[in-house]
Design a protein around this ligand. Structure first.
Ligand code: UDP
Length: 326
């Protein structure tokens, strides 16, 4: 009998890559998603497999899974600023009520659970780069508060279940990640820039573009998460790429890569947009023996090829949906 893993948010960007990885590692995968922001197309290639099941379910509601579970990966949550601005209550619920349900299930099944936390717990950081010991600088009532505070609660309740009930828990703090299967219309910098290039539109940089991010290719991230799950370390671990770039330079890289003849136009910086972000990955290196391998040049090329291969109508349809959201 194969060992079984439950993946919440399985039809999302990271969840779907995790499904691929666990199938490849020989596990039976139970994929769960309510499809608010997830997309079945990300996992439809797995649906015919005998060891892959899909549950259309909202993890904020009671979760019933018959049989044994070895691992639970809690990756359900809107994860881009335009999503959580649009659905802040669901965003709060999935990481609070949803995490509570997931931890209760882990306790009942004696499963190890890994929860997807985020660099957003550091808010607009005053310490740079960000080590796990930094407590953060979060505006609880700002536009990102619903996401940041829900994820902070997620970490707190996860630690409580570890301490009180002895549930085996792992907490990964994920920094900006990119790759195939991101949504073209999720409003994040990379899909936004590539989508604009593919449609022949100007590239929208928010603010003066001097804010920084550090972008990790998805395969590297999944490797780090997989190692953390298998480790015996229960405190939070940053997983991300420490190579930092300004958003303006990033936009210029995308312009070069795509060969677009369009220019950068500057738009207002969203409220509470962090000025700088870069993970300190000392812990991941020491505890997991992990560091990213894929350069931005390689990763961006693969990601661009993916977006380019999407049907034309999708590239333009997504744009319309995105435009309506703003
Ligand atoms: N950004 C931008 N233009 C866009 C979308 C995003 O300049 O069309 C900026 C955004 O303001 C932020 C950075 O790119 O400073 C990364 O944004 P993203 O939404 O990808 O992630 P996050 O802000 O959560 O790190």
């Amino acid at each position: 009998m194969k060992e079984r893993v439950l993946i919440t948010g399985a039809a999302g960007f990271l969840g779907s890559h995790l499904c691929d990885r666990f199938i490849k590692e020989g596990y039976a995968v139970i994929a769960m998603d309510n499809l608010i922001t997830g997309d079945m197309r990300n996992i439809e290639h797995l649906m015919p497999l005998p060891h892959f099941e899909f549950y259309h379910h909202d993890v904020s509601k009671y979760i019933h899974i018959p049989g044994e579970l070895k691992y639970i990966m809690h990756f359900a949550s809107p994860a881009s600023p335009i999503d959580y601005l649009k659905i802040p209550i669901q965003t709060l619920k999935v990481s609070s009520l949803g995490t509570h349900n997931v931890l209760g299930l882990a306790r009942a099944k004696k499963a190890r659970v890994l929860v997807a936390s985020t660099s957003e717990v550091y808010g607009d950081p005053n310490v740079h780069p960000q080590p796990e010991e930094y407590w953060g600088n979060v505006n609880t009532v700002g536009p990102r508060g619903c996401y940041d505070e829900a994820k902070r609660f997620m970490e707190a309740i996860t630690m409580a279940y570890n301490n009180v009930h002895g549930v085996e828990t792992r907490i990964v703090r994920i920094f900006n990640t990119y790759g195939p299967k991101m949504r073209l219309n999720d409003g994040r910098a990379l899909p936004a820039f590539i989508g604009q290039a593919l449609r022949g539109e100007d590239i929208t940089v928010f603010g003066d573009g001097s804010q920084t991010r550090s972008f990790c290719y998805v395969d590297d991230l999944v490797e780090g998460i997989y190692r953390l799950l298998k480790s015996d370390y229960h405190m939070p671990v940053n997983v991300g790429n420490p190579v930092e770039i300004t958003i303006k330079d990033f936009a210029e890289e995308v312009i070069k890569l795509t060969g677009t003849t369009q220019k950068i136009i500057y738009k207002e910086l969203p409220k509470d947009d962090p000025k700088q972000r870069r993970p300190d990955i000392t812990k991941a290196k020491e505890i997991l023996g992990w560091e990213p391998k894929v350069s931005r040049a390689e990763g961006l090329k693969i990601t661009f090829d993916y977006f380019k291969s999407l049907p034309q109508e999708e590239i333009f349809k997504d744009h319309k949906e995105f435009a309506n959201k703003n």
